[in-house]
Structures are given as structure tokens and as C-alpha cells.
Design a protein around this ligand. Sequence first.
Ligand SMILES: NC(=O)c1ccc[n+]([C@@H]2O[C@H](COP(=O)([O-])OP(=O)(O)OC[C@H]3O[C@@H](n4cnc5c(N)ncnc54)[C@H](OP(=O)(O)O)[C@@H]3O)[C@@H](O)[C@H]2O)c1
Length: 275
Amino acid sequence: MRTEFTVQLSSFPTRKFASPDTWEGFVEMFRTGQQHLPQAWAELFGPLRNGMVDDLVIVGQVGQSLDGRVATATGHSKYINCPAGIEHLHRLRALVDIVVVGVGTAMADDPQLTVRHVAGPQPARAVIDPKGRLGANAKLFAEDGVRRLLITAEGSLAAPPPGVEVITLPAQDGSISPCAIAVALKRAGMRRMLIEGGADTVSRFIAARCLDRLHVTVAPVMLGGGGPGIDLPPLDRADQAQRMPVRLHKIEDDVLFDCDLSAQRMTLGVAKKST
Ligand SMILES: NC(=O)c1ccc[n+]([C@@H]2O[C@H](COP(=O)([O-])OP(=O)(O)OC[C@H]3O[C@@H](n4cnc5c(N)ncnc54)[C@H](OP(=O)(O)O)[C@@H]3O)[C@@H](O)[C@H]2O)c1
């Protein structure tokens, strides 16, 4: 497999394009798909514009410590990454149609999943909650004119507030197929999807070969015990692990690994025609 390794230790564009107007302009260009994207932004966000495999683009993200933790032992995960890392997450949100989290994150952090640290449109938001554990007062369910979706398992007792769209899917041993989730979201009109966390949810999408890209932002901190990062079925030998094309970007003191998983991605939407 081809391994692309581009080190860009000083060219992350956060500072250069700090003006919200400029970012807004970029978001518009990104969405219209007509023009070439400005080079500085294209490097990082260009791959999210169009899928390599089909008409969907599914990106996962994880922010973790050097010792591979996404939260402390008490479940606290805010500010593992530097402020520019938070900005990066909000830029990702601004570029996608929908942000998806697992119910573990929704219950631990009660996130709003809105774009606040940069300018940009608000994506729809969804929680994967197979048993209907999330309370109706969760912030991601708040009525604010944006579409809100609950993805749950058949037979669950989920009772979201009015206006929340419910997608019910079959579950096997409590697990809903990530591919079925992506296809259901496509049917709901979503083309670009951000699987924002937590690590359990992102791991399921990786294991099911349902991600085009994975952004892992590593902060130079150590958390000791705590919430583990990506957790996949074990391999016997280290040399069985597939190497993937990756680009590195520096975000203040953090390092972003932008991993290209398209070579292993399942076809879920309208397949690209080979030329
Ligand atoms: N650093 C970061 O980037 C980051 C980002 C987000 C969250 N976090 C932290 O991560 C922690 C929570 O993450 P987590 O990994 O424990 O949980 P999570 O991924 O947020 O949620 C996992 C739960 O979501 C449900 N779920 C997700 N995908 C499913 C599927 N395909 N089929 C069936 N159920 C599915 C299951 O619910 P049931 O248990 O009901 O079956 C599962 O146990 C919190 O401490 C949070 O602060 C960190």
C-alpha cells in the first residue's frame, strides 16, 4: 500500500485565516464544489470535500493524550487538546452535514455539537443510543432550528423530545451496524458526516470499514489511567497491521494525524465510476 507522509510542522492555517469572513468564504467554496480551494486549507480539508469511494464522506475524530487516553479516569475530557485543536473540531463541524456521537459522550459531556469557535453553518446532530438511555433534556436535543436525530435499536424505549427525528435500526447483541447507520443518514439527506466520538463509537466505524478519514489529534500530555483511545479487534502480529497514507499537521503544540482510510472503506453510497 502507498504511504504518503507529508510533514507540515509550521503551515497549519489557523492563524493565517483567523478572520471569520475568510473562513466563511472558504466554507462556501468548499460546499459549492466549483472552485479550487485555497492551498493552505485544501491540504487539510480538501479530502473531505468529495468521497474517494462513493458520494459519502465519513470522517472520524479523536483527541487524545500521548499515552493514548481520550478522557481521565473520572471521564473528564475537556481541554486535552489546545485551543486551536478545539477550533479545528469546530471547523470540521462547519464542513459536514451532520455530527454523530455515541450515547456515552452525550451522557458524560452533554455536548451542544454546534459551531461556536469559528464561523460557519450549523450541522445536524445525531446520537447513537440503542437503548434510549439519553434524557430528553440533553443539550444536543435542544430546539434551535437545526435537525436533531436519534439513532436507536428496534424495540428500544427511547422517548426524545418533539421534533427529534428517530431512526430505528436492527441491532445484533446490542450493536447496530455502522454501515446501516451511515446508509440511514444518507437517506435522511446527509452526505458528509463527522463521527465525533467517543472512542468506542469511532472504533466501531473503523472496524466496520465505514470511515474515509480519521483525524487523531495528539496532545503532549499524559493522563495516566482513563478512557482508552481507539480500540479494535486484536491482531496476532504487529506486521499484520495495515499502514495507511497519513498527513501530519501541527496545531499549536498538538499534532494532527490525518489518516486516509479510503482504501479499506466499504461502498455505502453511489460508487465512483472508475476512469
Ligand atoms: N477526546 C475526545 O476526542 C473525545 C470525544 C468524545 C468523547 N470523549 C470522551 O469519551 C468518553 C465517552 O466515550 P465512550 O467511548 O465511552 O462512549 P461513546 O462512544 O460516546 O458511546 C458509546 C455508546 O454509544 C452506543 N453506540 C455507539 N455506537 C453504537 C453502535 N454502532 N451500535 C450500538 N450502540 C452504539 C453504545 O451505547 P450503549 O452503551 O447504550 O449500548 C455505546 O456503549 C467520555 O468520557 C467523553 O468525555 C472524548
